[in-house]
Design a binder for this molecule. Structure first.
Ligand code: ZN
Ligand code: ZN
Length: 377
């Protein structure tokens, strides 16, 4: 049996490895001069690099030192979750960046790299405070976000669980696809069922029926399902900090020829895209392929979003498949593939799978059925 202590040691090693990889990216850049230190403030990045699950802290990394700062509200939690990094507690009522300035001065920092995703207000405040110590603040891109795109073994295991919960949830709600059931009753049952399995909704659950299904990001309403509706459900489970994201579309009653024509076109786009995924391909190539399949069916004009996105600590966890995505796929990336066709007044179809890029292609992780289901008859 593995003790809790051993488990934590494995976790701490994993976080230390990630910080080592980040250091390599920041302090041994292919071009340009590296800063003396880098500052991490985004909570998904803090979680990834240290295991801290709270919402507010600052991590300073230099080539050979590290330091965490947080407020008193997280004192006990951070001591437990991140025992291996020296810390400063920001006293209540103290300006956090003043404490940061003292830490940076203690470490002899002259130039601090800051994540590009920080807000303009944060950047301005940092510059103002650190100017007093003549510490220069420079943007350092998104190196942690780039590392987060490729999942390690532990992350894959957690993602597989998050996806399995979503699959089981779809199975559980199949009996609710019946005339007179309201969209928001299905949405509540989805959320409730995920909670019962120890997960949280990863984002606001979408249940869109009939004409509402033509709105890709529709919010559930009190509309009751009717025979002849397409019903799209899009939801995901956040389990142990990692998010799944799946979409299925069903028909209430018997599918018409038009239902089948649209559904089969989207399914073909999904399957062709998945077959084409392999390391080295660019995100935009896969996106273009899906558009080509839909164009063959005269449906390309009804596909108004990117084909997919990375999933992980956040549900839109970075680059994926879109017409602008030039990045190349790498083994270990976990992405959604979600072609859709939305016809105003008639309805829409989206089918979304979660896939893992492997050495030779991809593995489809979501298992809920993708063939057209005619329900509630
Ligand atoms: Zn989704
Ligand atoms: Zn998605």
């Amino acid at each position: 049996m593995v003790s809790q202590h051993q488990n934590q040691a494995v976790g701490l090693n994993r976080y230390a490895e990630r910080r080592a990889r980040l250091r390599e990216a920041v302090f041994q850049p292919k071009r340009g001069t590296p800063p003396d230190a880098t500052l991490i403030v985004q909570s998904p990045n803090l979680r990834y690099l240290t295991g801290f699950t709270g919402s507010s802290a600052m991590l300073v990394l230099t080539p050979d030192r590290e330091h965490l700062l947080t407020g008193g509200i997280y004192a006990t939690q951070i001591a437990h979750e991140v025992p291996d990094i020296p810390k400063s507690l920001i006293p209540t009522g103290t300006e956090p960046y003043e404490v940061l300035r003292e830490v940076l001065e203690g470490l002899g920092i002259r130039q601090l790299g800051v994540e590009s995703s920080v807000s303009v207000a944060t950047l301005r405040q940092l510059r103002k405070t650190l100017r007093k110590a003549t510490i220069q603040v420079v943007p350092s891109g998104s190196p942690t976000e780039r590392l987060r795109l490729v999942k390690d073994e532990g992350e894959l295991q957690t993602l597989r669980s998050a996806i399995a919960i979503a699959d089981a949830t779809f199975e559980h709600i199949l009996r609710l696809f019946q005339p007179e059931i309201a969209e928001w009753d299905i949405a509540m049952e989805i959320d409730f069922y995920m909670r019962r399995q120890g997960a949280y909704p990863a984002f606001q659950t979408i249940v869109a029926s009939g004409p509402n299904s033509a709105l890709p990001h529709a919010q559930p309403t009190e509309r009751r399902l009717q025979v002849g509706d397409f019903v799209t459900v899009d939801f995901g489970a956040r389990y142990e900090g990692y998010c799944s994201d799946i979409t299925r579309t069903v028909v209430i009653g018997r599918a018409s020829d038009e239902h089948r024509r649209v559904y089969n076109a989207v399914l073909e786009a999904l399957q062709r895209s998945i077959e084409a995924i392999r390391p080295g391909k660019r995100g935009k190539q896969i996106d273009a392929l899906a558009r080509k399949v839909l164009a063959k069916h005269q449906l390309a004009d009804y596909f108004g979003h990117g084909l997919g996105h990375s999933i992980g600590i956040t549900v839109h966890d970075g680059a994926g498949f879109s017409p602008r995505e030039k990045g190349r796929l790498q083994p270990g990336m976990v992405l959604t593939v979600e072609p859709g066709v939305y016809i105003p007044g008639f309805g829409g179809v989206r089918i979304e799978q979660d896939v893992l890029v492997t050495d030779t292609g991809c593995e489809v992780l979501s298992q809920a059925p993708v063939e057209l289901l005619e329900l509630g008859q």
